[in-house]
Design a protein around this ligand. Structure first.
Ligand code: SAH
Length: 472
């Protein structure tokens, strides 16, 4: 196993269980542990511009240079990157710098040591500004039964939290860094687990993961793998990125119904978005149900209609579900029928959100208003550069929705952009309220649920935020 030695003083975040090693923190790549350079000698090793050792320590194997001007290796978007730590301790990307030149195979296991040789952990090597994602800290090998142990820990945590019940067989079992398995997502729907790899290392571990899922989670009898959209764009992976790993059963695909808080949802992992369903809104939907009685509800960006079904169950007078995807709208109708039969209280519309909201106003007059509106758009900012535009988008969207709310109405508004923090989102909604001149009060501040835990040492895991507003 290759050893990655960090620059001096770059071990602190790993000692605090932050699971990422940034490429800029790497001092040397040592082909094997037996060839690790003793700390006293290592300090004398330097590299010339061509990447060969200017003064290699005696007896040490050649190590790969970390910053070589001749190094052509780049991250997938073609730029050269290195991360530095900014004043507030967060990593920032410096696109002028280089990353290690002769890294191990992407996806292979590497051990990480501090500059003085202290063992920090074992993880997956990847190409890019995040060079290693740590799987196990303070050990230099992956423990026996690693996959079974980690998946069992995640399962028992959810069991203890009361999330796995006959009336709730839908839950996220593995939430990447939040479950100490960086790069892996597993959602469970009734008897099926849907696995997504976000790193090449997790792609190569997929069969171990699938076996552990079947061994540990009693309800799982088949495992579907869906990583065509999530693996690094240019990663040279071998093996299928899509398909059943265990229990292929094409006949049943069309008819998987999963239960969330006693309500039934059809899950289509083959054709649906992400793993097929947005489990992360479960608790927020349950909260909405409490406010729905007698209300005219508008569910914008409804996808498969999670909020709509809860609103109908909560006694809404009418529910209008809107999504730009015709396929999603079809699924909402399916889900409503399955739970309530023919339901004249529900209308589904395939339309762009802004077009729909704009159409509520004709000649400066609102033609229709609602008592309760849900705004749950897709991530407006996928990276930091997109944040200013995203904030303008949130302001515009929320202003439009606020205009469509009757006095005394309620707005559930969300952002799932990881790059937009909750203060920035709140400010965007504040600007929207000020723009339309309504009196607005915050009733709840919402976030992701218990099965999407955030490792306290990895705040980047926090992504879903929401506000419930009382609008006068
Ligand atoms: N609230 C949903 C999840 C929403 S995901 C739930 O609880 O399951 C975001 C949805 O926004 C997707 O279904 C996507 O099709 C839809 N969408 C994306 N752009 C849109 C647009 N411009 N107008 C309307 N819907 C859009």
């Amino acid at each position: 196993m290759t050893t990655i030695r960090l620059k001096r003083h770059k071990e602190e975040s790993l000692l605090r269980f932050h699971p990422w090693v940034f490429s800029g923190a790497i001092d040397a790549i040592l082909p094997s542990p037996t060839q690790a350079i003793p700390p006293t000698q290592a300090t004398t090793a330097t590299w010339d511009a061509g990447g060969s050792p200017a003064s290699a320590p005696q007896g040490a194997a050649p190590t790969a240079p970390v910053s070589s001007p001749t190094d052509p290796r780049r991250i997938s978007d073609g730029s050269r990157v290195q991360t530095r730590t900014s004043a507030d301790g967060r990593p920032t990307v410096d696109r002028r710098s280089t990353i290690p030149s002769q890294g191990p195979e992407e996806g292979s296991l590497v051990r990480v040591v501090a500059h003085d040789g202290t063992v920090l952990g074992v993880g997956h090597w990847q190409v890019g500004s995040i060079a290693v994602r740590i799987l196990a800290f303070r050990t230099d090998t992956l423990p026996d039964n690693f996959w079974h142990t980690r998946i069992a820990e995640a399962y028992h945590m959810r069991e203890r939290l009361g999330l796995i019940r006959p009336d709730n067989d839908t839950f996220r079992l593995i939430h990447g860094e939040g479950d100490f398995l960086p790069g892996l997502v597993v959602d469970v729907y009734a008897d099926t687990a849907v696995v997504q790899a976000h790193s090449v290392g997790m792609h190569y571990a997929r069969h171990d993961v699938a076996q552990a899922l079947c061994d540990i989670v009693p309800q799982v009898r088949r495992v579907y793998y869906k990583s065509d959209d999530t693996l690094p764009f240019k990663a040279p992976v071998t093996g299928d990125k899509l398909g059943y790993l265990i229990g292929a059963d094409a006949d049943n695909d069309a008819d998987c119904w999963a239960t969330e808080n006693g309500l039934l949802f059809r899950i289509d992992w083959l054709r649906g978005q992400k793993t097929g369903f947005f489990i992360d809104q479960r608790e927020n939907r349950a909260l909405l149900r409490r406010y729905a009685e007698g209300k005219d509800v508008l569910n914008m960006f409804c996808y498969t209609g999670g909020f709509s079904v809860y609103a109908l169950q909560g006694g809404a007078r009418s529910v209008t579900s809107v999504d730009v995807s015709a396929k999603a709208v079809e699924l909402v109708e399916h889900n409503v029928r399955r739970n309530f039969g023919e339901c004249p209280r529900h209308t589904a519309v395939a339309a762009d959100a802004f077009d729909f909201l704009n159409a509520q106003m004709v000649h400066d007059q609102m033609v229709h208003q609602y008592d309760l509106i849900i705004l749950d758009p897709p991530a407006f900012a996928k990276h930091r550069d997109a944040v200013p535009n995203a904030l303008r988008g949130y302001r515009r969207l929320n202003a439009k929705a606020l205009e469509c709310i009757r006095p005394g109405g309620i707005l559930f508004t969300f952002s799932c952009s990881q790059a937009v923090d909750k203060e920035a989102f709140r400010l965007a909604v504040f600007s929207a309220a000020a723009q339309v001149g309504r009196r607005v009060r915050i009733l709840h501040q919402l976030h992701q649920p218990q099965d999407h835990p955030i490792n306290i040492y990895h705040p980047e895991g926090e992504y879903l935020k929401g506000l419930v507003l009382y609008v006068e």
